[in-house]
Design a protein. Structure first.
Length: 134
C-alpha cells in the first residue's frame, strides 16, 4: 500500500487507465523506455486528450491506480491484446512496459496530466495515499 511521500506519475489516455486498473491491460505500449526499471509506486493518471508536445498538460486528469513498472521489452504483435489494442495498431520498434501490483484507488483523485514521468505535489500524494487500497 502506498503510504505517501514523493510520488511519480505517468498519464495514459482513457480508457487505458481503467483497463489497467481492472487488470484487463497488463502492458503499456510506448515508443520510449523508462530511465529506471523497476519503478515502484507510480500513480497512473487517466486523461482524455493525447499529450504529444513537450510541456503539454491536461488539467482534467485523475489518478485511477498505483502501479509498479517491472519490465520493459520489445513489443511483439502477439502482445497486442495485453496492451489493450488490436493487432492492426501494432508498430514495430515500440516497447511494452510490464505492469504489476496494480492498486486501484477507491476514489479517483484529480491531478493535472502531463507528458512522460512527472512528480505529483505533496498534497496530491497525500490524497492518493488516503484512497489507495491495501
Amino acid at each position: 500500500m502506498f503510504q505517501g511521500g514523493i510520488l511519480k506519475a505517468i498519464s495514459v489516455v482513457s480508457p487505458w487507465g481503467d483497463m489497467i486498473a481492472s487488470g484487463e491491460k497488463t502492458l503499456e505500449i510506448r515508443s520510449w523506455k523508462p530511465d529506471v526499471i523497476p519503478m515502484m509506486d507510480v500513480a497512473l493518471v487517466q486523461n482524455k486528450a493525447p499529450l504529444h508536445q513537450d510541456g503539454q498538460e491536461d488539467p482534467n486528469g485523475y489518478v485511477v491506480a498505483i502501479i509498479d513498472i517491472v519490465g520493459c521489452k520489445p513489443w511483439i504483435i502477439e502482445d497486442s491484446r495485453q496492451g489493450g489494442c488490436d493487432e492492426s495498431e501494432f508498430i514495430s520498434g515500440y516497447l511494452a512496459w510490464e505492469i504489476s501490483n496494480v492498486r486501484k484507488l477507491s476514489k479517483q483523485v484529480n491531478v493535472t496530466a502531463k507528458r512522460k514521468f512527472y512528480t505529483l505535489t505533496n498534497s496530491e500524494a497525500k490524497a492518493i495515499a488516503k484512497w489507495s487500497e491495501t
